[in-house]
Ligand binder design. Sequence first.
Ligand SMILES: Nc1nc2c(c(=O)[nH]1)N[C@H]1C(S)=C(S)[C@@H](COP(=O)(O)OP(=O)(O)OC[C@H]3O[C@@H](n4cnc5c(=O)[nH]c(N)nc54)[C@H](O)[C@@H]3O)O[C@H]1N2
Ligand SMILES: Nc1nc2c(c(=O)[nH]1)N[C@H]1C(S)=C(S)[C@@H](COP(=O)(O)OP(=O)(O)OC[C@H]3O[C@@H](n4cnc5c(=O)[nH]c(N)nc54)[C@H](O)[C@@H]3O)O[C@H]1N2
Ligand code: SF4
Ligand SMILES: [Mo]
Length: 653
Amino acid sequence: MQQIRKTLCNRDCPDACSIVATVEDGRIVRLGGDPDHPITRGFLCYRTSRFLETQYSPERLTAPLLRKGGELTPVSWDEALDTAAERLLRIRGESGPAAIFHYRSGGSLGMLTTMPDAFFARFGPVTVKRGDICSGAGDAAQLADFGEEDSNDLADLKNARHILLWGKNVFTSSPHTLPVLREAKARGAELVLIDPVHHKTASLCSAFYQPRPGGDFALAMAVARVLFDEGWTDPRAADYCDHLDDFRALAQRRSVAAWCRDADVPERAALDLARRLGAERPAAILVGWGMGRRTSGGAIVRALDALSAVSGNLGVPGGGVSFYFKRRGAFDLAQLQGDRAAPRTVCEPLFGQEVLGMSDPPIRAVWVTAGNPVAMLPDSGAVAEALATREFVVVADSFLTDTARVAHLVLPTRTLLEADDVLGAYGHHYLGVSTPVVPPPDGVKSDLEIMQALARRVGLGGALDGSARDWKRRLTEPKLAPFGVTLETLERGPVRNPLAPQVLFADRKFPTPSGRVNLITEAPEERGDPDAGELPLLLMALSTDKSQSSQWARPQQGPAVVTVHPDAACGVPDGGVCRIASRVGTMTVRLRHDPAQRRDVALIPKGGHLRDGRCANALIRARTTDIGEGGALYEERVRVVPIAPDDLPQPLA
Ligand SMILES: Nc1nc2c(c(=O)[nH]1)N[C@H]1C(S)=C(S)[C@@H](COP(=O)(O)OP(=O)(O)OC[C@H]3O[C@@H](n4cnc5c(=O)[nH]c(N)nc54)[C@H](O)[C@@H]3O)O[C@H]1N2
Ligand SMILES: Nc1nc2c(c(=O)[nH]1)N[C@H]1C(S)=C(S)[C@@H](COP(=O)(O)OP(=O)(O)OC[C@H]3O[C@@H](n4cnc5c(=O)[nH]c(N)nc54)[C@H](O)[C@@H]3O)O[C@H]1N2
Ligand code: SF4
Ligand SMILES: [Mo]
C-alpha cells in the first residue's frame, strides 16, 4: 500500500523545503517537493530529489564502530556508549572539561541537533568552536551595522524595482528563491548579478558585472560616490545613520573611475548600480554568502549594508539588504544552554592548527556532531592530523566520511528522512517540523537518543530526558504559543514565523548601541599579493548542485574538474588532465575551459573527499576573515601545471 508522508528538509540550505515522500511497504519509493508549501512550490533540488540513493546506500552505517587494533570494528551500542562514557569521564577527571572539544557543524539544521551542545554544556562546559566557517564575516558585519540579522519577507521582493544579486548563485544554492525572482521580474523588476564568476544566474539578469574577486568593496565605494555626487542618497539618512560624513569621505577618497579600476569593472557599472539603488528605488540587495569568505569579507558586506542604508532602501517594501533570515528566532534555545560559559574556544577556520597547538590542558578528546571537518575545513591535512593525534575522537554521522575514518568511535545517526525535529530557514520565514518518513534502520540512533543514553552513563541523570516530540514542543511553544501556534499547528503544515517582520527596520530603529545604522568608515587594508605572479589564479571551491558540501548525490570518480578561462589553461586542452598547485599542495584535476570566466580564477566544486584526492581544502591554508572569524576560503592562489604525457595517471586495467 502506498502512503504519502511529509517532512522538512534539514540540510544546510536556505530553503528548508517540505518533502513529499511516497512510502510503499515501509520503503520510500519516491521523493518530491510539496506543492502546498509556499516556498517549496512542488519541486526539490538535484541533490535531495536523488536522496533515495543515499538513504538506501550500502555504505550507510547501521552499527557503532570502535577502533580495535587499529581497525574500526562494529560493536554494540552498549559497548560504544560505555566506552565513550568511560573515556570522557577519565579525561575530564584527569585534565578538566577544557580537554574535551565538542565540534558541531551544519549536517542538520534541526534544532534538536543542538542536543549534544546541551549535553556538553552540562558535562563540562567543554571547549567549543568560535567564529563560523560559513558566514562568520557576514554575520559580524550585519550585527555591527544593524545590531540584528534578518530580512524582509522573501515575497517582499515582488515590491522591488531592482534586485541586486550581489555574489549569489541562486540556481545552485537557493533554488527556491527563483520562483519569487521570476515573479518579481514579471511585475517589472530588473535583476542584476555582480559576481566574479559567470554562472547560470546571469541568465535571469538584465546586467551582469564581473569584478575581480574581492573587488566588491571598491565597486561599492564607486557606487556610493555616485550616489553622493548625484544627490541620490536619502535626505533623511543622517537621521538614522551614524558616521554619514565619514562614510561619504571614504567614498570620496578616490574618483569613480579609480574605484572601478580597482574593482576591475567598467565605470558604467557603478553608474548603473547607483541609478538602480538611488534614482529608481526601491532596490533590494541580496547579499550572497561567498563574498564574506574573503580576507576583506566583513568590510565588503558592511559596504553593501551602507549602500542600502544611505540610498534609503532600508526599512521600505521592496528594499533591504538581505544576508540571512533569523532561522532560530522562533525557538526557545535557552533551555539547551548551560549556565556557565565554555572554558575555552577553538576558532573554527583554524581548527587544525589550534587543536594541535593547545596546551594546559591539551585537547585530548574531540566529539564531532553533524560535520565533516577533514573535508570541509581549510588545511585538511592539519585537521586530519589534529584528529588522528588525539586520544579519543567520536564522530556521529550516517556515513564513513573523511572525518569518521580518523575517529576512534563512530556512532551511526539518522538521515534527513528519519529526522524528528523542528526547523526555521535562513532563506525565508517559514517554520516547520520534520517527522520521520520511515523509522531508522535497527542500530541507528538520533543525536538526541545518543546524548540521553550517554547522560545516564556519566551521571547527568535525566537532564535531557523527553521524547523528540516533547523537545519539539518545549522549544517551540514558549515563543509561539502566545501567537496561537502550537506544535500541532506546525505539524499540520508550514507556518510563517509570527515574530518575523514583513519589512525589517520599518521604523528605522536599529538595535545597535546608538539605535542607528553604524556605517563603515574605513577601507580594508590593501594587501599586495606576493604570490600573484607565480600563482596567478584564485582557487574558488564553490557549491555545486550535485552535492551538499561533502554529501554527494552520487559517488564521484576520477579527478575533480577545475574550470578556467582558456587563456589561463597553460596549454592544457579542454578536458585535459593536469595538476593544480598551491603554496601547500598539488592535486591532479581535469581542466575545463570556459571563456565566460575571468582569467584570474580557478573554479572547483566544494566538498570533494580527501581520500579520493578531490578535496580543495587540502590546497587551502587556514586563514580568518577581517571580522567574525570566518574562513577566508577563496583566497588561495594556484597555478595550472601541465603533466607530461608519460606522467598522466594510467587508467585502471
Ligand atoms: N547545491 C548546493 N547548495 C548549497 C550548498 C551546497 O553545497 N550545494 N551549500 C549550502 C551552504 S553551506 C550555504 S552557506 C548556502 C550558501 O552557499 P554559497 O555557495 O555560498 O552560495 P551563494 O550565496 O550563491 O554564494 C556563492 C557565490 O559567491 C560568489 N563569490 C565568491 N567570491 C566573491 C566575491 O569576491 N565577490 C562576489 N561578488 N561574489 C563572490 C561565487 O562566485 C558564487 O557565485 O547555500 C547552501 N546551498
Ligand atoms: N574550500 C571551501 N570550504 C568550505 C566551503 C567553501 O565554499 N569552500 N564552504 C563552507 C561552508 S559554507 C560550510 S557550511 C561548511 C560545511 O561543512 P560541514 O557542515 O562539515 O558539511 P557536510 O559535508 O555537509 O557535513 C555534514 C555531515 O553531517 C552529517 N549529518 C547529516 N545529518 C546529521 C544529523 O542529523 N546528525 C549528525 N550527527 N550528523 C548528520 C552528514 O552525513 C555529513 O557528513 O563547509 C565550508 N567549507
Ligand atoms: S537541500 Fe535545500 S533546495 Fe534541496 S530539498 Fe533541501 S531545502 Fe530544498
Ligand atoms: Mo554554509
